[in-house]
Design a protein around this ligand. Structure first.
Ligand code: GLA
Length: 679
């Protein structure tokens, strides 16, 4: 029998706070002590129950090398605790103090062009630099030992947004670390030469020390060298994280750890990173002036849930009003912050936090919004919205252990993403994220929830797997997908998939070699378009659609054609195919069709696979279901600027208003309902 209590405890970020987390980055070092008192009072007024503390406080904690000052942090930790506020305590290593650069100029990062960057901004460290790593670890040890038993400590926040500004460093120390990493991977120089294909352009290496990072060079750099550099650079930062994590795990084994992710952040293979976190957390700053930004935001939230294997995650940062780092920074409109907060909860988050608590008075982020704005709290729209959200979140406690079910998975392989977007390709316009979005958006619009999965995933339980541009084939993915389809699953794969192995060597014998059997076809050639060029496809019902970006020239080997090219020398040959394989079906899209065509194809796929929308609603309304063993929680989010009526198929209790709805619910513009019912 399942012990529901234990299961529910496991779904909590920490048993110390069995509620939705609500708070933000708190930087008391920027303010006089008198303000601290006001801060904690206002935090209580806003319903804040947790803050992230000390993220950029290294220079305050260790003003001179080895000289630590924790008195102020002791005081603020105690003050927060006295007011019932928990602390996500940062290891403070995201930005070293200026003394580190003075003492160790070699700790500063170097660009591919050989420019050494200066202090005066943030994140100015080379990930492979020993002095940085040693100083960081020493600080982490001090912090862990000092606060190990502090009652306010609920979570460790390691670093901050790893790689955000400096995803890699090209200095000599990084070069040495790269060589070590390569020796680990390949063992012998011959194996490296083979993997890198150095017979080409006289690139053969005789000894390890001839190898360098892919620094500025006359023309295209060896693609496998570039790819290994991406792998190494993600791992180098992960090693920094891991060194801090192991200190924390030794001293405070029961305190969970996280580091804040940045959605679909290309430089770091988050599948690898997430395995080292107890809680996945994410920072999200959709452009409020883009009417579609909530779609990409939903997609990144689905990724966060998937990175943690479906466990609740934490929205670590968003902004109440406006950021300061775009060229133009419009405000979130009234109700937009609340709506976007609920979108995170709908997609599996158990916490809503902001950068930052109090808007700064000085520094590069002084025009970035805060929970407490520059105008203060009296007659402030922002503060009112912050306070109201904080007041209603406790009503959502019943859903803390509820998960988000999904029948469809999108395959995302970071290494393939790196490889396909390198230079010297058939087209520089094949971009993984926009390809994924072209599959995700039609499903989002129909309120069909999607998970993401890595290439070594267990696909059991999914009805449909989408593989847009799976250029690189590794981790037995070809066998996994073949098995999945043969057991009754549906696969949808797009052009420029199955092209190379993990060394970025072409898989010969007709594209996409390892998937030909399951897809029932061969791609003889591909024809990428120049900007503005289009072609057309005709579906079997006679309807015609425009395509851009790419044409595959396809021979059928068992598949049937669903659409044919109308133009060019390959007119009449298949462009989109369907293949019955074993008990399942595979689809192949040899191009990028316009959105209505994508909608139609994915609708057919969903109908055949019996994947149903969560609820049929008017356009612009997002619906997501969370559920636990016996309850279902339907999030209904109105992203439009007018009121909508939603028909319900069962009686439900609105957790936010306390109302009972039997047949329908009316939602004003940007309003939200969370409807609880039995399963
Ligand atoms: C990131 C950082 C924060 C802050 C915000 C501004 O998320 O983690 O320190 O700079 O961006 O949007």
């Amino acid at each position: 029998m399942i012990d529901t209590r234990t299961t529910e405890m496991q779904e909590l970020i920490s048993p110390k706070l069995p509620h939705i987390f609500y708070g933000g980055d708190y930087n008391p070092e920027q303010w006089p002590k008198a303000t601290w008192q006001e801060d904690v009072r206002l935090m209580q007024e806003a319903g804040v129950n947790v803050v992230s503390l000390g993220i950029f406080a290294w220079a305050w904690l260790e003003p001179r090398p080895g000289e630590y000052h924790f008195e102020w942090l002791d005081e603020i930790m105690d003050l927060l605790h006295a007011h019932g506020i928990m602390v996500d305590l940062a290891t403070a290593t995201a930005s070293p103090p200026p003394w580190l650069a003075k003492l160790h100029p070699e700790s500063l990062p170097v660009t591919a062009d050989g420019v050494r960057l200066s202090p005066g901004s943030r994140q100015q460290y080379c990930p492979s630099n020993h002095a940085y790593r040693e100083a960081a670890q020493a600080l982490v040890k001090q912090l862990a030992e000092r606060y190990r038993d502090h009652p306010a400590l609920i979570l460790w926040h390691i670093g901050n947004e790893y790689g955000c500004h400096i995803p890699d460093c090209y200095c000599d120390q990084s070069a040495a670390a790269f060589r070590e990493w390569l020796q680990q991977r390949y063992g012998t120089i011959e194996a490296l030469n083979d993997a890198w294909g150095t017979a080409f352009w006289s690139q053969r290496y005789g000894t390890w020390d001839e190898i360098n990072p892919p620094r500025a060079a006359p023309t295209f750099i060896n693609p496998t060298q570039q790819l290994d550099w991406r792998r190494f650079s993600s791992d180098a930062l992960l090693e920094c994280y891991e060194q801090e994590r192991s200190i924390l795990k030794e001293i405070t084994p029961d305190v969970p750890v996280t580091t804040n992710f940045m959605g679909f952040f290309k430089p770091l293979d988050y599948w690898k990173w997430a395995r080292r976190e107890d809680v996945v957390s994410n920072d999200s700053y959709p452009d409020p002036s883009d009417p579609h930004s909530h779609v990409a935001q939903a997609m990144s939230y689905d990724l966060m849930r998937s990175l943690g294997g479906g466990k609740p995650w934490l929205l670590m940062e968003q902004v109440t009003s406006q950021v300061q780092w775009r060229p133009h920074n419009p405000l979130k409109r009234p109700g937009q912050m609340r709506l976007l907060s609920y979108q995170a909860l709908a997609r599996g988050a158990n916490g809503i936090m902001f950068f930052q608590w109090r808007a700064s008075q000085a520094g590069a982020e002084k025009f970035h919004g805060g929970m407490v704005p520059h105008v203060g709290t009296a007659n402030s729209r922002v503060w009112d919205e912050v306070r109201k959200l904080g007041a209603e979140l406790p009503r959502l406690d019943p859903l803390l252990a509820a998960r988000v079910p999904a029948d469809i998975a999108i395959l995302l392989d970071w290494e393939s993403w790196w490889a396909v977007e390198q230079d010297a390709k058939p087209s520089q316009d094949v971009r993984v994220l926009s390809q994924i979005l072209s599959y995700y958006a039609p499903l989002f619009m129909r309120n069909i929830t999607v998970d993401f999965v890595p290439p070594n995933a267990d696909l059991h339980g999914y009805k449909v797997v989408l593989a847009p541009n799976l250029y690189m084939v590794r981790d037995d993915i070809a066998q996994t997908l073949e098995q999945f389809v043969s057991n009754g699953g549906t696969l949808v794969m797009s052009f420029f998939s199955g092209i190379v192995d993990e060394r970025d060597h072409i898989l010969l014998g007709g594209y996409p070699a390892p998937f030909r059997r399951v897809l029932g076809l061969r791609v003889e050639e591909f024809d990428p378009y120049v900007p503005g060029q289009t072609n057309h496809i005709r579906m079997s019902d006679g309807s015609t659609y425009t395509c851009d970006l790419w044409s595959d020239v396809i021979d059928l080997e068992g598949a049937e054609a669903l659409a044919y090219w109308t133009d060019d020398f390959y007119a009449g040959r298949p462009a989109i195919t369907r293949h019955a394989f074993g008990q399942g079906i595979s689809y192949y899209l040899g191009t990028r069709p316009e959105q209505v065509c994508m909608e139609q194809i994915l609708e057919q796929v969903c109908n055949e696979a019996d994947v149903r929308p969560v609820l049929a609603v008017p356009p612009g309304v997002e619906v997501v279901r969370r559920e636990n063993a016996d309850r279902s929680f339907l999030f209904v989010l109105n992203h439009t600027t007018s009121a909508v009526e939603i028909g319900l198929n069962q009686t439900a209790h609105n957790l936010l208003t306390g109302e009972e709805h039997s047949e329908r619910v009316t939602l004003q513009s940007r309003a939200v309902a969370v409807l609880e019912s039995g399963r």
